[in-house]
Design a protein around this ligand. Structure first.
Ligand SMILES: Nc1ncnc2c1ncn2[C@@H]1O[C@H](COP(=O)(O)OP(=O)(O)OP(=O)(O)O)[C@@H](O)[C@H]1O
Ligand SMILES: O=C(O)c1ccc[n+]([C@@H]2O[C@H](COP(=O)([O-])O)[C@@H](O)[C@H]2O)c1
Length: 225
């Protein structure tokens, strides 16, 4: 476990948490663990960051505007969440490090920033653009996900993880960036892939995502073909 470096102020600052995703569509496997994470760690705000061009997967079936609209519908009236559409304004791949660099400039060097990911994203993090520099800009908060193992795939990624992992979320408020926190969130076996497959097969998805999102999917005829 890393020691708190000297730039730590010892004071508790508010933590700005971003949750990026393709959200094709957004579902309860995103919303419920993050809500629990917020309760467990005293986060009063989470900013959803839908991407435009996902860096490591084919372009989604729903358009960026449709995915953004589904994210907005999912959190309408929920004060925990807001939506930041900035990645939709850029047509090149939505590299997280570039977004974080912009966010860091906007919020200043001393503001604690966190980026939330699921365990599956952690397992492929060594394939992300400039992954080794991500912790210069933010903390990572990792949510467990059923079906994804804990052991990391490369010794280099495992060493990096071990060197930065903290077990107390309070550390995330004591310095602007640099830690990895493994959150104790509920395991929900839900994926956007499953929702798209169920839609294609004409099956009900009402347990998997908010009603307003399901109604929008239906009205747009998404994921049927
Ligand atoms: N059920 C889940 N539990 C925990 N984290 C999740 C879950 N579903 C998605 N995430 C995390 O949310 C982020 C955005 O995920 P994404 O929008 O790709 O959803 P997905 O369900 O994984 O989509 P797809 O099935 O299309 O790959 C990723 O970091 C992913 O790891
Ligand atoms: O920066 C990268 O290289 C990179 C590679 C894969 C994923 N990401 C980001 O990680 C978040 C989750 O990605 P995804 O594909 O699981 O929705 C989303 O914000 C992506 O833009 C970022």
């Amino acid at each position: 476990m890393p020691t708190i470096p000297s730039r730590s102020t010892g004071e508790t600052a508010s933590l700005l948490a971003f949750f990026g995703g393709t959200f094709d569509p957004i579902h309860f496997g995103h919303l419920k663990p993050v809500t629990q994470l917020a309760q467990n760690t005293g986060l009063d705000h989470v900013i959803l960051l839908p991407n435009n061009v996902p860096p490591h997967r084919p372009q989604p079936g729903a358009s960026p505007q449709q995915r953004l609209h589904m994210v907005e519908l999912a959190v309408e009236g929920n004060p925990l969440f807001s939506v930041d559409p900035r990645e939709l304004a850029v047509d090149t791949p939505s590299y997280t490090i570039e977004t974080l660099a912009t966010l860091r400039k906007e919020h200043g060097e001393s503001c604690p920033l966190a980026f939330i990911i699921g365990q599956d994203s952690l397992l492929t993090l060594h394939k992300w653009h400039r992954w080794g520099s991500l912790l210069d800009f933010c903390h990572l908060i990792v949510m467990a996900r059923p079906g994804y193992h804990e052991q990391l795939d490369t010794p280099e990624l495992q060493r990096w993880y071990d060197a930065h992992r903290v077990t107390d979320a309070e550390n995330l408020r004591h310095q602007p960036a640099g830690f990895i926190y493994q959150a104790n969130t509920p395991l929900l076996n839900i994926s956007a892939t499953e929702i798209r497959q169920r839609r294609k097969a004409g099956l009900d998805c009402s347990d998997l995502l908010p009603d307003a999102v399901e109604r929008y999917i239906e009205s747009q005829g998404l994921y049927r073909a």
